[in-house]
Design a protein. Sequence first.
Length: 435
Amino acid sequence: MIPRYSRPEMVAIWSPETKFRIWFEIEAHACDALAELGIIPAEAARTIWEKGGKAEFDIARIDEIERETKHDVIAFLTHLAEIVGPDARFVHQGMTSSDVLDTCLSVQLKRASDILLADLDALLAALEKRAFEHKDTVTIGRSHGIHAEPTTFGVKLAYAYAEFSRCRERLVRARDEVATCAISGAVGTFANIDPRVEEHVAEKLGLKPEPVSTQVIPRDRHAMFFATLAVIASSVERLATEIRHLQRTEVLEAEEYFSPGQKGSSAMPHKRNPVLTENLTGLARMVRAFAQPAMENVALWHERDISHSSVERMIGPDATVTLDFALARLTGVVEKLVVYPENMMKNLDRFRGLVHSQRVLLALTQAGVSREDAYRLVQRNAMKVWEEGADFLQELLADKDVRAALSEDDIRKKFDLGYHTKHVETIFKRVFGRA
């Protein structure tokens, strides 16, 4: 992660200070449970909280110890012993490193999820507001990048709202699935630590006990979490790509807000480039890239190995920090998006009524013409618009075969834009619960 694409609140979750504070809390809560079970003195548990709870852990000192021990958890425990004193011998009773590392990661991912959920809420609010603003703003729908049939810009934003609503639901489930605690000792058998310790620590940290930890929390949970982030990133890219296309000079139906003093190009002063949505496309690629190593982390040797460790030290911070930044940036783009309804209508009319071809096709079939013949009749008139710049309505009115089946009034009625938007309120009720 780099500062350019980072926001402080998410970065703080992954700081050494936060990590060591969580490690301490795991160990101290475990000591409380051990004291309640009569395994360690209650006074020792209080001392650990009093001295360790007030301490500012010395990151440089922990790093110094780790350079000698080559073990991060031992380095932390050694430094904690320097702070706590003789009662530190009761810390980490019956526990193994994974109990601390995996439970800490669960806490961090849960906290990161809370920020991402808040990000999604902000994005959803922006999408809902702009969708209702443009509920009736008619625009051309495109398939394969080619004019298809009319829709509204509000419907475009409504589908984005629905998609990010699904993203939010998935993240809630992924957050719940990854929020487990393992305090089960070597190979996860609880041989040297009572399962009630795990239950106590889990409750204090807002986690659930891992049913079978095998010394490490199973990585299918983490794979699902990072896969969920990847899907959210893909949804970010989908909306960003739509905006990029709409901002193209030949289209210009919507564009990113261009602030006073902003420059689009070092060479061409006229440029107004979609830099934010292009940036979002790139960031989405990175978040998706983190899903693959998370999948590969699932297959560990026997009860545990640490092949997953280096991966998670990178993808945990990078995926969450990057997605947090991307969601906030996308929210800003949506909130400030400049929309050009006049250009939307100009583009819709560019091919002189071609967008109504299906209505004419259906009218011919309902008038008794076979579908194959109806398609041929409509298409031959449509091609004149493509190739000669003709007017579709006038060509149809002049086609004797079409007129044999449809009156002039029948044909003209098929060119009503309102026909295409008559169910917009139904769509909005389904998406937003109101129209």
